[in-house]
Design a protein around this ligand. Structure first.
Ligand code: GLU
Length: 291
């Protein structure tokens, strides 16, 4: 059975040019490897996700002409997450934690990305899970060897990178790390293409997928990001990057935006409109040597 590749935006704002870049990489890799595209709406963070952003993801992707074979929404998959959590609980791989955000920051060191490296304060407390606790994974002290198709080989230890990480938070929300692993298993994802800002999550996801029963992890391709030329920060919703639909409202066509993205990757010599089909082919050509 053909495996899937996923495009997995979070509906916490409107899509911007960084998403368009990511989508072009996803559809190009699907084209190279014969994967089917699965669109996953990653709305696990219910405090930030909004229905209008979900609808906008469908509309914006269709406006460019992107097509996908299947789709899912994380907020409709609670049963799957609950079941996966029960499996980990049965194997004594989880524990409840009542550390506050403040104590987490005060009592634990941080890694180079500013993430807490949890030192296990609640590991042996045997707390009863309650609405005031989060659920953490007992991360085995194992080294994960994995390789990124573009960036090469990595040898990393999630226990040292982040320690026992959270599966469900104190607001009873499933975390990104947990939901993404359950989904990548159940949605038959054989290839993960995403921005290189998520590269450091890969080892812990491979480890967690193994604990959930998937021994053969997906292939990974982390693509370079787009940076805002004035601030040199990566384009993101938090940085209030101009959305694709705002540009559409100002009169830009889909082909003009695709042309700009191709130009930013030096795939064309001057910024000019280009069709989606040609853009995907140009991206495929640029990266096919990695496959
Ligand atoms: N939802 C994440 C984002 O929009 C992508 C997560 C992933 O591809 O693993 O940045």
């Amino acid at each position: 059975m053909a495996q899937n590749i996923r495009f997995a935006p979070s509906p916490t704002g409107f899509l911007h040019e960084g998403h368009l870049l990511s989508a072009l990489y996803v559809w190009a890799v699907a084209n190279i490897g014969g994967y089917k595209v699965h669109l996953r709406i990653e709305d696990h963070d219910q405090s930030r996700a909004r229905p209008e952003y979900i609808q906008a993801i469908y509309d914006d992707l269709r406006w460019f002409g992107f097509e996908w074979e299947s789709q899912s929404i994380q907020s409709e998959r609670s049963c799957a997450y609950e079941k996966a959590l029960q499996l980990l609980e049965k194997n004594k791989l989880t524990y409840a934690c009542d550390c506050s955000r403040k104590s987490l920051l005060l009592e634990n060191p941080c890694n180079s990305e500013g993430e807490v490296i949890y030192q296990g304060r609640c590991l042996n407390k045997n707390l009863e899970a309650s609405p005031f606790t989060s659920i953490r994974l007992k991360v085995p002290t194992k080294t994960v060897y994995w390789s990124d198709l573009r960036l090469g080989a990595f040898c990393e230890s999630p226990a040292a990178q982040c320690g026992d990480f959270t599966l469900k938070d104190r607001q009873a929300q499933w975390t990104y790390q947990f939901a993404v692993c359950v989904d990548d298993i159940e949605e038959n994802i054989g290839m993960v293409v995403r921005g290189e800002d998520l590269r450091s999550s890969t080892a812990r996801q491979i480890l967690l997928m193994k604990l959930l029963g998937r021994n053969e992890p997906p292939h990974y391709f982390h693509h370079p990001l787009l940076y805002d030329p004035s601030s040199l920060l990566k384009l993101s919703k938090r940085q209030q990057s101009e959305s694709l639909r705002a540009q559409k409202e100002k009169g830009k066509t889909a082909e003009e935006l695709l042309g700009r993205t191709c130009f930013s990757r030096q795939l064309i010599r001057k910024e000019e409109p280009i069709s989606l089909k040609s853009a995907i082919l140009l991206f495929s050509k640029q990266i096919e040597r990695y496959f």
